[in-house]
Design a protein around this ligand. Structure first.
Ligand SMILES: [Zn+2]
Length: 307
């Protein structure tokens, strides 16, 4: 299915490594599942204006044939590799236990206290890097293809509520429980279980049908009046803060609330949480498109970002 031949010299080292990743076992990591990331990116790509669409196609390696979603899970696949180990803290934010709040200066750092090393910092950083694309200066400091893939991935992660979770339980990773009959943990329930159960129960395991339902909800359904407010953003620093806040608030109210280690989560939890998972996937995709349209678009009014 993938064409493995004929890449140009523009293909990055990281992407060559990605091809190798296909053949090795990748440890399961903290991440929106493959399905969640792919849907986020498919939603975004469908909403790109011509200039952004063209820039994205230019930046993608030839073998994905213009499909951004094919590489949206790439940052999860390389995060444990030596060259990319620095990206590992960029997938999440640890907030103080039970504070149910996010404050950039307090919370956006890695475990050693290095500032900006969290998913909110990553979205800002890779947005700033992509702004150089329009300048056409071929700035060697930045690999634009990687910046696009990281931004696309991290826009998914910042919208996964449990990626902005409590510190002690590692965003629910150490809260072990059962999902229906099998072992899981609270983080994984939000990354993957809810999506997989929805696919199996309602969509005949067909991701494209689930995606159509999500798209219907924001084009002509329950969220259609909300889309313009979701997209509102003229200062990326403020926007990432509010998106991370939304996540921790959903994590508190709907993720953690009432859940005990060792218990079994089933129908009640699934039915009441599934709408939030779908909404976050939609918001991540719509906002990723908004960023890419601003960054690659012709208009002079872009974000105010420090570069
Ligand atoms: Zn991730």
């Amino acid at each position: 299915m993938h064409r493995h031949g004929g890449f140009g010299g523009s293909l990055s080292f990281g992407l060559i490594l990605f091809l190798c990743a296909v053949f090795i076992t990748v440890p399961s990591a903290l991440a929106w599942s493959k399905e969640g990331h792919m849907m986020t990116c498919q939603i975004a790509q469908a909403l790109l204006e011509p200039q952004a669409s063209e820039a994205v196609s230019q930046l993608l390696p030839e073998y994905v044939q213009g499909d951004l979603s094919a590489l949206c899970v790439w940052p999860d696949q390389i995060r444990h590799w030596y060259k990319y180990r620095w990206t590992s803290p960029l997938h999440f934010i640890d907030t103080p236990d039970d504070s149910c709040s996010f404050t950039y200066s307090r919370d956006c750092h890695d475990q050693h206290g290095v500032k900006d090393m969290c998913v909110a910092g990553a979205v800002k950083n890779f947005t700033s890097q992509l702004l150089h694309y329009r300048e056409g200066t071929a700035d060697r400091r930045y690999n634009m293809t990687e910046a696009l893939l990281f931004l696309s991935h991290f826009m998914g992660d910042i919208h996964q509520p449990m990626h902005v979770g409590f510190t002690t339980d590692e965003g629910g990773n150490t809260i072990e429980l059962r999902w229906f009959r099998h072992k899981s943990n609270l983080h994984h329930v939000w990354d993957r279980e809810i999506i997989l159960t929805a696919l199996a129960d309602y969509y005949d395991k067909d991701v494209s049908l689930l995606l159509k339902d999500i798209e219907r909800n924001y084009t002509d359904g329950i969220w259609s009046d909300d889309v313009s407010s979701w997209q509102h953003c003229n200062d990326i620093s403020k926007c990432v803060n509010s998106w991370a806040k939304e996540s921790i608030q959903i994590a508190c109210k709907w993720g953690y609330n009432g859940v005990q280690s060792g218990e079994t989560l089933a129908d009640d939890y699934f039915n009441s949480r599934m709408p939030y998972v779908m909404k976050r996937i939609a918001q991540g995709g719509i906002r990723l498109a908004m960023i890419l349209n601003q960054v690659f678009g012709a208009s002079e009014e872009g974000f105010a970002t420090a570069t």
